[in-house]
Design a protein around this ligand. Structure first.
Ligand code: PGA
Length: 252
């Protein structure tokens, strides 16, 4: 079982309105009461941009940490309609930002843009959850390791502070589909990711999470994979009960 700190990061995607804070209140209450284990893990929730400020304020002295789901690749203020920069996210006290989610890559995020997003987020003292993952075809054609290595090397620079970066391995074929990797495959893939990271960051490698259809029923299958430092959870993070059960069942 786990020794390092574990992360349970909820990605709400396009979900949530002000009253959805009730979900977080319940999760927060659980984490507070989980005195035996709550020093072993961190809970981060990334609501949509519309809710980041109010939620970050509400949980500023609580157990739950609030992050954002994406940021613009340019920083500060600019003539970019609809864009939100890392500086603006930090200004409302979010602490984390997801960068490179496959949804955003599919909408046109290039490696160059992602590198700028990571760099500007780190400059603004945001912790970055950097997502990578292969699609079905890559997997079928045994290209997974190649693809993951490129995604890492094209964006992560050895000059970045690796302590502020978390890598989330999310196979695209697994996101929202109910399909999860075979434990042996996942073990090998995460080992490979860690090897590449060690090569980029000589000193301290970022934590590596798994994401893709994680829920309270399958989380037990991941508990024995000690090299996985936590989880990026989409659909199941919209339900307080499911999210709480993920944490409970992980430590069962
Ligand atoms: P999922 O999403 O848990 O609903 O598969 C994960 C993600 O996209 O981050």
């Amino acid at each position: 079982m786990a020794n390092n700190i574990r992360y349970f990061i909820g990605n709400w995607k396009m979900f949530g309105e002000p009253k959805s804070i009730a979900i977080l209140n319940k999760i927060n209450k659980f984490v507070k009461s989980d005195k035996k284990l709550n020093k072993k893990y961190k809970v981060v929730i990334t609501p949509p941009h519309t809710l980041v400020q109010s939620y970050a304020k509400a949980f500023s002295k609580q157990k739950i940490i609030i992050g954002a789901q994406n940021c613009y690749h340019k920083d500060n203020f600019g003539a970019n309609t609809g864009a939100i920069s890392p500086y603006m996210i930090k200004s409302v006290n979010a602490q984390y930002v997801i960068v490179g989610h496959s949804d955003n890559r599919a909408e046109g995020d290039t490696d160059e843009m992602l590198k700028n997003k990571v760099e500007n987020s780190l400059t603004n003292k945001l912790k970055v959850v950097f997502c990578i993952g292969e699609n079905k075809d890559h997997k079928k054609n045994n290209k997974t390791f190649n693809v993951l290595e490129k995604q890492l090397r094209n964006v992560l620079d050895k000059k970045f502070n690796s302590k502020d970066i978390i890598v989330a391995y999310e196979p695209i074929w697994s996101i929202g589909t109910g399909q999860i990797p075979q434990p042996d495959d996942l073990h090998e893939t995460v080992k490979y990711i860690k090897k590449v990271l060690k090569n980029i960051f000589a000193k301290q490698s970022p934590a590596v999470l798994y994401g893709g259809s994680v829920d309270s029923k399958n989380i037990g299958q991941f508990s024995s994979l000690n090299e996985i430092d936590g989880f990026l959870i989409g659909g199941a993070s919209k339900s307080d009960q499911n999210f709480i059960d993920i944490i409970k069942n992980y430590y069962k």
